[in-house]
Write a protein that binds this ligand. Structure first.
Ligand code: ZN
Ligand code: ZN
Ligand code: ZN
Length: 67
């Protein structure tokens, strides 16, 4: 019964990356990647998590960093 192999620090990277920005995130950053932000004004990024980069040309939102 010794099938739990210690894989070192790399094991933390098994957390699935964020579907919005593609970045892996830890519990500390989770809110930024999962909590919807009702920034208003822009229909493209409204309700998206803060990590989402809005590509809308006329976006005037400062919550969602522009790509
Ligand atoms: Zn994200
Ligand atoms: Zn926004
Ligand atoms: Zn936007």
């Amino acid at each position: 019964m010794n099938d739990s192999v210690d894989q070192g620090p790399g094991v933390a990277a098994l957390r699935p990356p964020c579907p919005r920005c593609g970045q892996p995130y830890n519990a500390e950053d989770a809110a930024r990647h999962t909590e919807p932000v009702d920034c208003g004004g822009c229909h493209q990024c409204k309700g998206m998590p803060a990590c989402f980069a809005c590509g809308f040309m006329y976006c005037a939102c400062d919550t969602h960093e522009h790509g």
